[in-house]
Design a protein around this ligand. Structure first.
Ligand SMILES: Cc1cc2nc3c(=O)[nH]c(=O)nc-3n(C[C@H](O)[C@H](O)[C@H](O)COP(=O)(O)OP(=O)(O)OC[C@H]3O[C@@H](n4cnc5c(N)ncnc54)[C@H](O)[C@@H]3O)c2cc1C
Length: 458
């Protein structure tokens, strides 16, 4: 669907305040791209609802009129997840951005889906609490739930799915349902909350969520550990986790990426294969003991250097640089696009995955940076090239494919955290086999007309 008819425009405009529906070209273009190279189809209009009731009305109208609907959070996805593929209506949730209630004694917050993660943490922080899932970007809670986002702290604290207790969801057609409850545990039937987490807006629109929060740790320590090669660095990962040290972050970084970070941010880090780690503890003594043990274990794996950063500013600079790795790569290669590999494997297979991926990049003479959330077995390879150059981009797609196939072959997944979107659809059958058919049947049951975020996952 390219444009709304006058009648459709009038119907939508009547549902919300005048400044909350637009068919303007610039608004439509702003909702055509996430951060990836994936191409979509210009939406015919954008609506910014402010309540579950409004979302319900819009969804009922869209279904009756056979209009495709794509939910939109902050648009920071990497696989085309919020990019409309059939035009239609984009439902932008960013004006539903309030913390409704924080219940510190229960460690819970009720929030709207357009709330930004950092704002939630700012408000929860007043109670000594935080919401740990941490994709580098300042994403919305709705987008994080829909993608089951995670990040550097997942190795200790878990992914978004571990923090979602209750959801209010508007289904295609406008029916409103509530899933889950506020108890810390429940065995009451199917876990519908988890069905919607990671469903990428293909089953409905989340309009409210109850999230778990956790206490802000009192003592932190960041460490950079240097190794002679990437394989030794990645071998230390399973050891650090297996020893029960419980790192709060465990990231693998290659020399090429550290070089770009140094050049941009003046970090002065040695440009060798490294692990960036963080430990959280209840006391300075516990932190020192953990750090001492981590150092010994890494030395057993051939580490050649270990630096602690207990000072708050140094720690923050280190993690800011890591969080901005993708932007740093982009800025270092202006006019190029990136194809981001996001495979994950059991941690015992991580070293061979790292070596295999680096080898693929090298033998195909590609520009690529192999790094990742090593503690989760999650490997990112940021491949750099020009989609218009068929040979160059084709080689990057081959690298992506062989790495993903290897990861799935090792019992892993085509996407550790970024979601399926447009880019990973082609691997779904290989990864899920006969259970992919059941996913399709669930989709068909909930969205028989196939209008919710069409072209994603399936
Ligand atoms: C620099 C950078 C670093 C990143 N690092 C990480 C990382 O470490 N880990 C990680 O997991 N991700 C990472 N990401 C990816 C991205 O930030 C996450 O996937 C995030 O969850 C997307 O949230 P968003 O608000 O931008 O959602 P969008 O991109 O707008 O949407 C994401 C999906 O959610 C759907 N959606 C949005 N709101 C709703 C709703 N209310 N109900 C139903 N469906 C909805 C959309 O249709 C879409 O399918 C990174 C991105 C960037 C730019």
């Amino acid at each position: 669907m390219k444009e709304f008819t006058d009648k459709q425009t009038a119907a939508l405009a009547a549902m919300v305040d005048p400044d909350r529906f637009s068919t303007g070209q610039s608004n439509r273009e702003l909702h055509l791209h996430d951060i990836s190279f994936h191409q979509g189809t210009l939406p015919a209009g954008i609506v910014w609802p402010v309540s579950t009731e409004e979302v319900g009305r819009v969804m009922a109208w869209a279904y009756a009129n056979e209009v495709p609907v794509t939910p939109w959070g902050a648009g920071t996805s990497t696989e085309g997840n919020p990019v409309p593929t059939r035009g239609g209506l984009v439902v932008d949730l960013t004006r539903m951005n309030r913390v409704l209630e924080i219940r510190p004694q229960d460690l819970q917050a009720d929030v709207q889906p357009g709330l930004l993660r950092k704002e939630l943490n700012r408000q929860a922080g007043r109670h000594g609490l935080f919401f740990p899932p941490d994709p580098g970007a300042d994403a919305t809670i709705g987008g994080m739930i829909a993608n089951n986002a995670s990040g550097v702290q997942t190795v200790k604290y878990g992914a978004t799915k571990d923090y979602v207790m209750r959801l209010t969801v508007v289904l295609p057609g406008g029916r409103v349902i509530h899933t889950g409850n506020k108890a810390p545990k429940s065995s009451a039937g199917f876990d519908l909350t988890r069905l919607f987490v990671g469903s990428e807006g293909t089953l409905g629109i989340v309009t409210e969520a109850t999230l778990k929060l956790t206490g802000i740790p009192s003592h932190y320590l960041a460490a950079t550990i240097r190794f002679p090669d990437l394989e030794k660095a990645s071998q230390a990962v399973a050891l650090l986790i297996g020893a029960g040290l419980g790192p709060a972050a465990l990231e693998l970084l290659p020399p090429g990426l550290i070089h770009l970070m140094n050049a941009e941010k003046g970090l002065g880090l040695p440009e060798v294969p490294s692990l960036f780690c963080e430990f959280h503890a209840v006391s300075e003594t516990a932190l020192k003991e953990t750090s001492h043990l981590a150092r010994e274990l890494c030395e057993e794996c051939g580490a050649v250097g270990f630096n602690d950063a207990t000072e708050e500013r140094a720690r923050k600079e280190l993690w800011r640089a890591r969080h901005e790795a993708w932007e740093t790569i982009h800025r270092a290669h202006p006019k190029k696009e990136t194809l981001i590999v996001d495979a994950a494997v059991p941690i015992s297979r991580y070293p061979e995955m790292v070596v295999f991926s680096q080898n693929e990049v090298d033998t195909r003479n590609a520009i690529g940076y192999v790094f990742g959330h090593a503690g989760d077995g999650n490997l990112h390879v940021v491949l750099v090239g020009d989609p218009a150059d068929k040979a160059e981009w084709g080689a990057l797609e081959t690298i992506n494919r062989v790495i993903v196939e290897r990861a799935i072959g090792l019992g892993g997944t085509c996407t550790g955290e970024h979601g399926v979107g447009i880019g990973k659809r082609k691997f779904m059958q290989l990864e899920h086999g006969d259970s992919y058919e059941l996913m399709k049947q669930i989709k068909q049951l909930v969205d028989p007309k196939g209008l919710m975020n069409p072209g994603k996952i399936f």
